[in-house]
Design a protein around this ligand. Structure first.
Ligand SMILES: Cc1cc2nc3c(=O)[nH]c(=O)nc-3n(C[C@H](O)[C@H](O)[C@H](O)COP(=O)(O)OP(=O)(O)OC[C@H]3O[C@@H](n4cnc5c(N)ncnc54)[C@H](O)[C@@H]3O)c2cc1C
Length: 382
């Protein structure tokens, strides 16, 4: 018996994979779409659980019932930031964010796939073979287009590298972060709190309330500056969040940053979300990028099925159009990121002006730009 055949196979059922599968179905309702994930849902994913306001709109456009996705979960409308030199900005968020443990968020997205006519199976993909007319996975599955949404350690990315030859930037910047759950710190109850440090910079700790007096807490830093292990990460977490109770469910995970994302090659294998290194280098935000890149890849796949062109070329063009300027701004600032005085100046601007604060948030959590308003307010000293 030959491999089971689909129009599109999405590997990974996280936010990027769910968005990609939904986007294919929305653009090409007759297409057969299969999502393969190595895990059964609900499953945990180490994350800060902070979900930018803009994610709701993106999911709604893709056909998800957003009210059900966020029902009964925490909405947070304050954000407190502390820069490496101790500049503090604590303001209301123009658009409240959600904080939802990924065990809940991802399972709710996956549950809605069936209603969109999308098949889900449990399978860990190991091999990817690009053949004339499509792609074969593990010799068992065949699709005209494959979307790799299988996260930071993507097997699809490794497999496709052999045949599609994407241009990798090496060494690509990757961060490592640990997260757990602990009682909220009273000082920042009800707000998201991010405290940056110049020790092992770029590095920061966070506390994001999930409701019921609990918070998702964590610490992350850029890899490659020093050897790092779990004990180091935990020690930094406690140093930056004094008074913290030892968190439960501690898990660490890598974050491939967008400042080192690979270029998007032609071909029938598209990478999205963490597999495409789509994580904001300043905030570690990746869910918004995952949903946007998943949506764009799904649309590109649907257009390729309709004979509009090569899937990779279509995805590259739409990504450039949609996120190109934002990604150029974040990458440019990441190159200057070693200069912590700039981050201090950004927080001074946000502390003194609500609209500069809003611009900072949109730059860090969604697709905002370094606006003239923000740049004109940067001051290197108080
Ligand atoms: C500690 C930490 C804190 C973070 N905090 C935030 C935050 O607060 N807000 C935010 O927006 N982002 C945050 N991020 C980033 C965010 O978690 C990721 O960007 C996001 O999960 C990317 O989604 P994804 O769908 O691309 O990948 P994932 O969520 O990793 O999903 C990948 C899926 O692929 C499956 N899979 C993997 N390999 C295979 C295989 N071989 N075959 C089949 N299936 C496979 C996995 O089971 C998984 O379900 C954080 C990251 C870390 C590590």
């Amino acid at each position: 018996m030959g491999p089971a055949s689909y129009d599109v196979i999405v590997v990974g059922g996280g936010p990027a994979g769910c968005a990609a599968a939904a986007a294919v179905t929305r653009a090409a309702p007759a297409a057969s779409v299969l999502v393969l994930d190595r895990a059964d849902f609900p499953r945990d994913k180490p994350c800060g659980d902070g979900i930018a306001y803009q994610v709701s709109g993106e999911l709604r456009r893709l056909g998800f019932d957003v009210e059900r996705v966020f029902a009964g979960t925490a909405t947070v409308s304050g954000l407190a930031l502390r820069s490496p030199a101790g500049v503090r900005a604590h303001r209301r968020l123009r658009d409240p964010v959600h904080v939802v443990p990924r065990r809940i968020f991802d399972a709710r997205l996956v549950r809605q796939l069936a209603g969109l006519g999308i098949e889900l199976r449990r399978h860990a993909v190991r091999t990817v073979e690009v053949r004339p007319g499509g792609v074969c996975l593990d010799g068992r599955w065949h699709a005209r287009v494959v979307i790799g949404a299988d996260g930071a350690e993507s097997a699809v990315r490794r497999g496709a590298a052999r045949s599609q030859v994407p241009a990798w930037r090496r060494p690509a910047p990757v961060a490592l972060a640990i997260r757990g759950y602990a009682p909220e710190l009273p000082e920042f109850a009800g707000s998201q709190y991010i405290t940056m440090t110049d020790q092992h910079w770029p590095a920061y700790a966070w506390s994001f309330p999930i409701g019921g007096g609990l918070a998702n807490v964590g610490y992350g830093e850029l890899l490659g500056r020093r050897p790092v292990n779990r004990a180091d990460l935990l020690a930094r977490l406690h140093a930056l969040l004094p008074g913290l109770t030892e968190p439960a469910e501690l898990r660490a995970h890598r974050l491939p940053l967008s400042s080192g994302r690979p270029s998007i090659p032609d071909g029938p294998v598209l990478l999205v979300g963490d597999a495409q290194s789509m994580i904001n280098p300043f905030t570690g935000e990746g869910i918004y990028y995952a949903v946007v890149s998943g949506g764009l890849a799904g649309q590109a796949a649907a257009r390729a099925l309709a004979g509009d062109g090569d899937a990779g070329a279509l995805y590259r063009t739409s990504t450039r159009r949609r996120l190109g300027r934002h990604l150029r701004h974040t990458s440019a600032l990441a190159r200057l990121g070693g200069w912590t005085a700039l981050i201090d100046a950004g927080l001074r601007a946000g502390r003194d002006d609500q609209r500069a604060f809003d611009d900072l948030v949109s730059f860090g959590l969604a697709d905002g730009l370094l606006t003239p308003r923000l740049l004109s307010r940067l001051r290197l000293r108080d």
